[in-house]
Design a protein around this ligand. Structure first.
Ligand code: AP5
Length: 237
């Protein structure tokens, strides 16, 4: 039995802090959905990918260390990623809980998360897997455009075009393609990141907190399915 499962039965009560893990391949729509869920549920949206991109654009020491991993589509080493996550979920806006977008991505990260939460009397509430076919992933990633001022303003050339080509609807800033969304890096990301993701899915299935949702539907329909899945699987609903 995993610690997540053990935490559930030993606690015998509903943990107050809601920690929802969003799982899915690169481009599955985790970021889009995590943002919507965090607004609907009043939980912090914690994206390790976003924290890493910020570090790179700030040219911080962390940014210098992780730049090659992002550029090649590989995973950032577990110790670095776990450190970033601990700092982020310790911030005041995550006190009531968080939607973890893109973490954990390896079994070692999943085990660490369980330990970190258990030390605070918490546990993973639910793990939601957004499932999308490989062909659709490629289309989503290569067509994605993001705002240069805020990379949480996300568009797509076909499925979510901005009102004015190349310009963010929210703040009028220029839209660009993410460095790691170039076709060649997308292929490496899928090849390198899918095998450990499947192991993490198994981990949460074993813990009894996993629910899968079809991601190849309109954004609003995916959100509604995720909310239903959360209610059915989670310890805190
Ligand atoms: P990260 O930023 O997490 O990237 P990712 O997992 O590759 O996920 P994406 O942001 O590419 O896709 P998404 O699933 O959020 O999809 P989105 O909603 O944008 O990580 C970047 C890098 O950081 C990693 O490659 C790795 O190097 C490193 N990293 C991060 N976390 C790590 C960790 N834990 N351990 C180690 N390394 C880590 O949607 C994609 C597009 O599709 C958008 O254009 C959107 O508008 C569109 N779309 C979304 N939903 C729909 C829909 N239902 N229908 C049609 N279009 C849709």
């Amino acid at each position: 039995m995993t610690s997540a499962a053990a935490g559930r039965s030993e606690a015998g009560s509903v943990p107050e802090r809601r920690i929802v893990v969003m799982l899915g391949a690169p481009g599955a729509g985790k970021g889009t959905q995590a943002k919507r869920l965090s607004e609907r549920l009043g939980l912090a949206h914690v994206s390790t990918g976003q924290l890493f991109r910020e570090a790179v654009s700030d040219k911080s020491a962390l940014g210098d260390q992780i730049r090659p991993y992002l550029a090649s589509g590989s995973l950032v080493p577990d110790d670095v990623t776990i450190g970033v996550l601990i700092e982020r979920i310790g911030r005041p806006d995550a006190r009531a809980g968080a939607i973890l977008d893109g973490f954990p991505r390896t079994p070692a990260q999943a085990r660490s998360l369980d330990k970190i939460l258990a030390a605070q009397g918490d546990a993973v509430t639910a793990a939601l897997y957004v499932e999308v076919s490989p062909d659709e992933l490629l289309l989503r990633l290569t067509g994605r455009r993001i705002c240069t001022l805020d990379d949480q303003h996300v568009y797509h050339n076909v499925s979510r075009p901005p009102e004015k080509v190349g310009i963010c609807d929210v703040d009028g800033a220029e839209l660009i393609q993410r460095e790691d969304d170039k076709a060649e890096t997308v292929r490496s990301r899928l090849e390198l990141q899918l095998p450990p993701m499947y192991e993490v899915i198994d981990y949460y299935a074993e813990a009894g907190v996993l629910s899968a949702v079809r991601g190849d539907q309109p954004v609003e329909a995916v959100t509604e399915d995720l909310l239903r899945a959360l209610a059915s699987v989670s310890r805190a609903s």
